[in-house]
Design a binder for this molecule. Structure first.
Ligand code: FAD
Length: 492
């Protein structure tokens, strides 16, 4: 078999990568070893940014239809015991409008994404197919894949191969790429349960995240179902009696009528030493693992989108080598920053547990939290989300803006590069024409709306397919060819 791109794994990362490639008319083969979606754990809350990614590719409507709806603002309550009043409550905004945070169980999201892949004419999804081996060649990769149901082994020659095969990535092991961990991985257990115990707070119907000592419990937004993440000591047995473990940790006789499941984790904070070897790439959890406290798929989905349009640009002939090289140089630092932020937030949580166990007064605990990152996932997604009011800058997300009629500016962007032109005299038109002459697809978008000018402080900006600013200027550049060489990756 041959394919332009072989995607290994149809979790959220692999599915979004396949959809991004198809969005740019590039066909791919996706192999997924499972024949059914995972039960849990996994994606539950999708941030507004992740929803924006899905909206551009189509499936955000599925999240709306099959999820549990827009996520309400999620207060974080810090308690010493479940019975006690919170020491501190920190609110978390949930975003508003089209790209508000949403909730959808992982299994449902995976099922719906796989339906999209199956229905897409450019995507060939093979379920029950397991990637087992890899040979890297100068002009591509040859993978060995086992069709488990037919018991047949296939050899797949691909121009590019992407490992989206999760935390235990076989692709990563074949490449012999080590994971670089921050600290030692610790054992961790997640207990999924139903409880209407009134001590589990549901403020005004809005779900909350409760930190009691070292345990973080998160309401899953569908009434009375919760997940509690418990650190487990090396010698401690796991899973024999999750209710007893939960009660012991929460310091109260919690009423737990139903356990939905128990999962064990090594909560490593780890990033792959490299994201690429020749034609083979790593993306999503195959490239970085964060403690469940990170609890967001944004970093993984951003990998998929970043790599997807760059591979498509290379395959469609306008992307140079610098574009593919920039996948690692852009996405790996982002994972490293996320790792630091999650580590900092986890340390706050541990310190809170230690201080409460030592009997620190409530005022002391609240004071310590106020000085630290008292949101458990504070700071994650470094630099990726579009922040209202953010200015136009190279590498940054295109600022959110609405046209005077209310339409989102980004809905006017082209599929490939877009030259946003606020000069008022269509000064960008010859630039876009010159790009097209060179085979670089640029949509020229003149904008006169005052509502956009408020946020877009540069009259000319070239926006990438992933809504990041590739280049911007106050005037028509003297050497447009040099700009095009840079943004298409002809030069680095
Ligand atoms: C406890 C917990 C809670 C979380 N909660 C949230 C949340 O609320 N919100 C959120 O956004 N994120 C959450 N996350 C993070 C989220 O689950 C991950 O970011 C996301 O699953 C990463 O997707 P992925 O596609 O990279 O990997 P995975 O989801 O692990 O998918 C990998 C896929 O590859 C397949 N595969 C593996 N090996 C092979 C092979 N050899 N051949 C073929 N296929 C293979 C697997 O079957 C799987 O389908 C949570 C994570 C944890 C651990």
């Amino acid at each position: 078999m041959t394919t332009q791109v072989l995607v290994v794994g149809a979790g959220p990362t692999g599915a979004v990568l396949a959809l991004e490639l198809a969005h740019h008319d590039v066909p791919c083969l996706v192999v997924e070893r499972a024949v059914a979606p995972p039960r849990h754990p996994g994606v539950d809350r999708l941030t507004g940014h992740a929803m924006g990614v899905l909206r551009r590719l189509g499936p955000s409507s599925l999240v709306r239809r099959y999820g549990t709806g827009p996520a309400a603002p999620e207060d974080v309550e810090w308690r010493t015991r479940l019975d006690d009043e919170p020491v501190l409550v920190s609110p978390q905004p949930a975003g508003t409008g089209a790209d508000a945070d949403h909730r959808i169980p992982a299994a449902e999201l995976t099922r719906r994404l796989r339906d999209e892949l199956r229905a897409h004419p450019l995507i060939d999804l093979r379920e029950g197919w397991t990637f087992t081996g890899l040979r890297v060649e100068p002009d591509g990769a040859v993978a060995t894949v086992l069709d488990g149901q037919a018991g047949v082994r296939h050899s797949v020659a691909a121009r590019y191969l992407v490992g989206c095969d999760g935390a235990q990535s076989t692709v990563r092991r074949c490449l012999e790429v080590p994971m670089e961990s921050l600290g030692r991985p610790a054992r961790h257990c997640s207990v999924f349960f139903r409880s209407a115990d009134p001590r589990l707070p549901v403020a005004n119907g809005a779900p909350v995240l409760v930190v009691v000592g070292g345990v973080t419990s998160v309401a899953r937004g569908d009434g009375d179902s919760w997940v509690a993440h418990l650190p487990v000591a090396p010698e401690e047995p796991v899973g024999t009696d999750p209710v007893a473990m939960l009660r012991a940790r929460l310091g109260a006789g919690l009423d737990v009528p139903e356990i939905l499941g128990v999962a064990q984790w090594d909560d490593a904070l780890a990033v792959a030493a490299a994201y690429r070897r020749g034609p083979v790439f790593l993306a999503g959890e195959a490239a970085h693992r964060f403690h469940p406290a990170g609890e967001h798929a944004d970093t993984s989905l951003a990998d998929a989108v970043d790599l997807g349009w760059k591979l498509a640009a290379a395959i469609n002939g306008w992307g140079g080598p610098g574009l593919l090289a920039s996948y690692e140089s852009e996405r790996r630092p982002s994972a490293l920053i996320d790792r630091e932020m999650v580590a900092r937030a986890l340390e706050t949580r541990r310190r809170f547990g230690r201080l409460s166990a030592a009997g620190a007064a409530r005022e002391v605990l609240a004071g310590v939290l106020r000085q630290e990152a008292h949101r458990p996932d504070a700071g994650a997604l470094a630099g990726y989300a579009a922040v209202p009011g953010r200015r136009v800058r190279p590498g940054g997300h295109a600022p959110d803006a609405r046209l005077d009629g209310g339409e989102a500016l980004e809905d006017r962007f082209g599929r490939e590069l877009t030259l946003v032109d606020l000069t008022g005299e269509r000064a960008g038109a010859p630039l876009a024409a010159e790009a097209t002459r060179r085979g670089i697809p640029v949509t020229h978008l003149p904008v006169a709306d005052e509502s956009v000018r408020i946020h877009w402080d540069r009259p000319l900006a070239l926006v990438r397919p992933d809504r990041r600013v590739a280049w911007c200027a106050d005037a028509v550049p003297g050497d447009w060819d040099a700009v095009l060489d840079l943004v298409s990756g002809k030069t680095t």
